[in-house]
Design a protein around this ligand. Structure first.
Ligand code: C2E
Ligand code: MG
Ligand code: MG
Ligand code: MG
Length: 269
């Protein structure tokens, strides 16, 4: 009755407050983390379909919190997106990746960019400045657009993308097939690479429908003459299926996990 309703409301409010407190705590600590260099990039290799030719790396941010330990990006990117923190974090990621590029040994590096960053009027300008400072050409960078909102034409997001492409930056649609990154995207959105979401890879080769979806995306990509990367490849059977389906590149734990740059040097020594 009424009492229960009130109790539920109170519980809901305190949950909201806990949420709000958590958010503020993450924001404060993340702001400090950027200044104190507690962030790090791990790099996951991307291979050609032969599964052995290394073609690129994806930069994935890691936060080593002094008390909470390693905080995964899924726990703080969303909060960073609610303030200017995402811009500071994004600039840091780009600077770091540019500085690491020579040591990575691949001609390109993939950087995740949130649509919130693309909404800032000065995004492409700051991006170009960072490249210039680092002596990196736009053609060495792929931005992976991680989708959480539909991207509309005639918007600042789109003009930023166009400005970056004019610098030679290539654009990947990340997690294609999930969320808003749907077929609608293929119309009117300027992109160079499709990354098939790992949820479509996970049940290969057993799932007939997932197999058909993956093969169809690969065919569309081929017709559009864009690259198609399969994410989350974990088994040899998946790799075999993907190779026959016509994807052009592979990424996943079967081939290599994300790792800090320094561990690469350590294992090479
Ligand atoms: P994403 O861009 O789709 O990155 C791929 C995610 O899948 C990474 O998780 C990676 O560690 C994981 N992964 C790779 N291979 C496999 C596999 O074979 N199996 C499984 N189960 N997972 C695999 P991670 O590092 O936790 O990153 C999660 C998401 O956080 C990323 O998804 C991306 O959307 C976001 N993110 C990471 N770094 C950044 C960044 O610097 N900026 C922004 N804006 N977002 C970032
Ligand atoms: Mg990505
Ligand atoms: Mg992805
Ligand atoms: Mg993702």
């Amino acid at each position: 009755g009424k009492k229960e309703g009130r109790a539920a409301t109170v519980a809901f409010e305190s949950e909201l407050m806990a949420d709000e407190r958590h958010k503020r705590f993450v924001e404060r600590d993340l702001r400090a983390a950027i200044l104190l260099n507690e962030l790090e990039l791990h790099y996951q290799p991307i291979f050609a379909v032969d599964g052995t030719t290394l073609i690129s790396h994806e930069a994935l941010v890691r936060w080593q919190h002094p008390v909470r330990g390693q905080v995964p990006p899924g726990d703080f990117i969303g909060i960073a997106e609610q303030s200017d923190l995402i811009d500071k974090l994004g600039d840091w990621v780009l600077r770091r990746a540019c500085a690491d590029l020579a040591a990575l040994g691949t001609p390109h590096v993939g950087i995740n960019v949130s649509v919130v960053q693309l909404r800032r009027g000065d995004f492409a300008e700051r991006f170009a400045d960072i490249l210039l400072e680092a002596g990196i050409s736009g053609s060495q960078i792929v931005i992976e657009i991680t989708e959480s909102l539909p991207l509309k034409s005639g918007t600042v997001e789109l003009s930023n993308i166009e400005a970056l492409r004019a610098l030679g930056v290539r654009v990947a649609i990340d997690d294609f097939g999930s969320g808003f990154a749907s077929l609608e995207y293929l119309r009117g959105f300027p992109f160079d690479i499709i990354k098939i979401d790992r949820s479509y890879v996970a049940n290969l080769p057993d799932s007939l429908i997932d197999g058909l979806i993956v093969s169809s995306i690969a065919k569309i990509a081929q017709s559009l003459e864009v690259e198609v990367i399969a994410e989350g490849v974990e088994t040899a059977e998946q790799l075999e299926f993907l190779r026959h389906a016509g994807v052009t590149a592979l990424q996943g734990y079967l081939l290599a996990r994300p790792e800090p740059l320094r561990s690469r040097f350590a294992s090479a020594a």
